[in-house]
Design a protein around this ligand. Structure first.
Ligand code: 0X9
Ligand code: ZN
Length: 400
């Protein structure tokens, strides 16, 4: 009997006896996924799957020793990889670190305080409005970063930028802080704004505040919002809850699934708020929904492998953005979401493209899997720099 199997045998007894877990009891394990039935069983089990794009072969899971034993009892083939910090206690690693948003991750209060700081410093260029209220009653904000509207002037062309749709994708929050900061600084420096004459950024810092807070206090690997679905199941995947292609491939009707689509398109207050806000804008030239990880710039469609009507324009724009983003040490790719990543019905980019004809993208930030969702803080700065370079390119493409 290998040491590992022996440990598991012991732990099985510990589970039965109800032993609480201690520091050092958190493991990264590798689970064999020989067929799609096993993959579905794993995804619907509520396990913390660490791979951005689970596929056949094997996948990594963050778990406790007793839960690893339970997975094995349920017939999964598992292998120990390494010990991990307690995902329920992740926030403490950042509590005492000097608070520069370029070098460390910010929690929800710190991110919102950063945006409020911009509003105080650049009152002419930065304003905010509430677009909705989360399930747990938290306001969802959008920050407008742009020149003040002139009555009778050229109507603005909106560029919507979304952070923290998926709770565990922390670097997306770092990136939207940086984009708003750079844009506000540039607007207040007249010689530095060859772009942003008629374009306006609308930045949603945290689309999923309940989920994001949960990753700091309870589970670093939480993805969805915090809807109580009943039966002990929580969360709707906000990026399966938009109307275009809702209910299609790559989304689940099971409330326990990581890709649970909800009971209806826009059933969630977070996505419904963003929908209503978007529909109130006369023109939405571009949308970028920041996620991580896999270093890909993805264009519609996601719900089908059929080509979108403006395939050439979407692909050419992505190639230009990619060329700018590649200058900071990471290599990005671009492609149609359904082909370059996987089919997914009900995602943001399909809906924005469908209703507003926007140049609509999901940008999957760093890395390609070495650290995955736990991207080290040392990579925040280059990720912010490349994201800003991509945003500037998009603004230039959108016109003066
Ligand atoms: O699955 C998602 O929602 C996105 N990936 S993530 O790892 N951040 O969860 C990708 C959605 C984009 N689209 C396609 N798959 N086409
Ligand atoms: Zn995501």
């Amino acid at each position: 009997m290998s040491t590992f199997r022996f440990q598991l045998a012991i732990l099985t007894v510990a589970v039965v006896l109800g032993t609480a877990h201690a520091e050092g009891d958190h493991w990264r394990i590798k689970v064999s996924v020989p067929d799609s039935a096993t993959l579905n069983r794993l995804l619907e089990s509520g396990a913390n799957v660490l791979d951005c794009c689970p596929h056949l072969g094997h996948t990594h899971v963050a778990t406790t020793k007793p839960d690893a034993a339970l997975l094995q009892l349920r017939g999964f083939q598992i292998e120990f990889v390494n010990e991990m910090p307690d995902p329920a206690n992740w926030g403490r690693f950042y509590e005492h670190v000097p608070a520069d948003y370029r070098d460390t991750y910010f929690n929800a209060d710190q991110i919102l305080a950063h945006f409020e700081g911009l509003r105080a410093q650049y009152p002419t260029f930065v304003t905010r409005s509430q677009i909705g209220t989360s399930i747990n009653s938290e306001p969802i904000w959008v920050y407008r970063v742009g020149r003040p509207l002139k009555i009778g002037g050229t109507p603005e062309n909106a560029f919507i930028i979304i952070g923290l749709t998926h709770a565990r994708e922390w670097v997306s929050g770092s990136v939207v802080m940086h984009v708003a900061t750079k844009a506000a600084q540039n607007l207040s420096t007249p010689q530095a704004v060859p772009f942003m004459t008629n374009q306006t950024l609308y930045v949603v810092p945290i689309l999923n505040p309940d989920g994001y807070r949960f990753t700091w206090t309870n589970n670093r690997y939480w993805r969805k919002n915090r809807r109580n679905n009943g039966g002990g199941n929580f969360g709707v995947d906000l990026n399966r809850n938009y109307a275009k292609g809702w209910g299609g491939g790559g989304s689940s009707g099971s409330p326990g699934s990581e890709t649970y689509r909800g009971t209806a398109p826009f059933s969630e207050p977070e996505t419904a708020g963003l929908r209503d806000f978007t529909l109130s804008l006369p023109r939405v030239g571009a949308v970028v929904d920041f996620h991580n990880y896999s270093q890909k710039i993805l264009w519609p469609w996601s719900y089908t492998t059929a080509a979108p009507p403006h395939r050439q324009m979407l692909s050419d724009t992505a190639a230009l953005i990619e060329a700018q983003m590649d200058g900071f040490g990471a290599n990005y790719d671009h492609g149609q979401g359904s082909i370059a990543l996987y089919i997914a019905g009900g995602t943001s980019k399909d809906w924005f493209y469908d209703v507003k004809g926007s140049r609509s993208y999901t940008i999957e930030l760093r890395d390609t899997g070495a650290f995955g969702f736990e991207l080290p803080p040392s990579q925040i700065r280059p990720t912010q720099d490349e994201a800003w370079a991509g945003v500037v390119e998009m603004l230039k493409i959108m016109g003066p």
